[in-house]
Design a protein around this ligand. Structure first.
Ligand code: GDD
Ligand code: MN
Length: 376
């Protein structure tokens, strides 16, 4: 089989009406650019005329239909298409004509000029979002883009229109996308450096309805968490720990205010701290250290409280020591307290990371005999 210049991968679910418009336009654009190509349609067994439509199209165009019956989902469909594609350049686009097929040659050309990744972007000069996008959808897209900013500096990593070299794709490790944001996954995991953007006009879909649901938005948050941990490791976990700590402070103060009407000062303070600590425990178990969320609650909770107590002791001692030992902190008890809080939180985090929610070690193999565990 001769290698091809380009494979255009089109994930579809119920897009039978759009394919007869999309395929000829892709073909014309690529033929005019004198590129050899194939169009790989990855369909998740749509209950519509997709198979018949593809068979008709295949008589006139280099179209290949890949039907998946055991799996569903946009990202995994794209990955499947990329794995079976034969082209040197892999282009991914939606079937609903939101992405202009006429731009495919420009994406390919830009990649062949030396880029690692080329994105069709709505948010660079010359690009545009579809008309009639309500404030909500626009804001939604903007917030999602902003949340991904530390992962990639590109302006539109949410887009599903992009080109990547097959070599770059094959060199990626641990590809494991969930949800919709396959471009973001590839940008981060392929460690693409030279990322270029080509302006596009994003159009409203021609026929049918979007499959972007609320569940996909939740998936996006889970996906972001994974990508942050991939790129920043323990730092990403520290950031989650601190964010949760921030919400814990709000809970603490709210309960304190509430309880002050019922209980004496000391008791109200203690109860509010306990509620906030429990709140922090639960969120850290579910989010920051989610790999440990199936372990028994009680011992873990007890360890967490102990860790918080030790953190508080570090906080207390550091604040007091600084105030009494260093002249800079002499008349500034609040500054000393802030340093104490930072030290205490870091101490607490390190304990959580290593002891409370530690990653499980593989179980020792021998059974029946006392086991000496040699901890490195
Ligand atoms: N195989 C397969 N399986 N394809 C799917 C699935 C699925 O489960 N879900 C959606 N698709 C296909 C659709 O048929 C379409 O071709 C493409 O993926 C995009 O789906 P839409 O339902 O049209 O998504 P959208 O318009 O809301 O989202 C698009 O724009 C977003 C930016 O606003 C996509 O390009 C997103 O990737 C992009 O983030
Ligand atoms: Mn769409």
């Amino acid at each position: 089989m001769n290698p091809l210049d380009v494979s255009v991968i089109v994930p579809t679910y119920r897009e039978a009406e759009n394919l007869p418009v999309l395929v000829p336009r892709i073909a014309t654009a690529l033929q005019e650019a004198q590129l050899t190509f194939e169009i790989v349609i990855v369909d998740d067994n749509s209950p519509d005329a997709t198979p018949r439509v593809c068979a008709d199209l295949a008589a006139r165009f280099p179209v290949r239909l890949e039907t998946r019956t055991t799996e569903r989902g946009l990202s995994s469909a794209v990955m499947h298409g990329m794995n079976v594609a034969r082209g040197d350049v892999l282009v991914c686009m939606d079937a609903d004509l939101s992405h202009p097929p006429e731009k495919v040659p420009e994406l390919v050309r830009t990649l062949n000029e030396g880029a690692d990744f080329v994105l069709g972007s709505r948010y660079v000069k010359g690009g545009a979002t579809a008309e009639g996008w309500g404030l909500f959808r626009w804001l939604n897209s903007k917030v999602a883009t902003l949340m991904a900013w530390p992962l990639t500096a590109t302006s539109d990593p949410m887009a599903g229109f992009f080109a990547i070299g097959r070599d770059t794709f094959e060199a990626a490790r641990n590809l494991d996308p969930i949800g919709y944001k396959i471009a973001l996954e590839l940008l981060v995991k392929c460690r693409c450096r030279d990322v270029r953007e080509v302006p596009i006009h994003f159009e409203n879909r021609l026929h049918g309805a979007s499959k972007l649901s609320f569940q996909e938005q939740v998936n996006y948050l889970r996906h972001l968490k994974r990508l942050y941990e991939f790129k920043f490791g323990a730092l990403a976990r520290l950031a989650q720990f601190l964010l949760i700590g921030g919400t814990g402070m709000v809970v603490d103060l709210a309960f304190y205010v509430l309880l002050l009407g019922w209980l004496p000062l000391g008791l109200a303070r203690a109860a509010a701290i306990w509620v906030a600590m429990t709140w922090n425990y639960w969120l850290n178990r579910r989010i920051t250290f989610s790999f440990a969320r199936r372990r028994a609650v009680l011992p873990q909770y007890a360890m967490f409280c102990l860790s918080c107590g030790l953190g508080a002791a570090v906080n207390w001692s550091v604040s007091l020591a600084l105030s009494s030992l260093l002249t800079v902190f002499g008349g500034r008890p609040l500054l000393a307290a802030v340093v104490g809080i930072i030290a205490g939180s870091l101490f607490n985090f390190i304990l959580c990371n290593t002891a409370v929610f530690h990653r499980t070690k593989p179980a020792p193999e021998s059974v029946g005999e006392p086991v000496l565990v040699d901890n490195p």
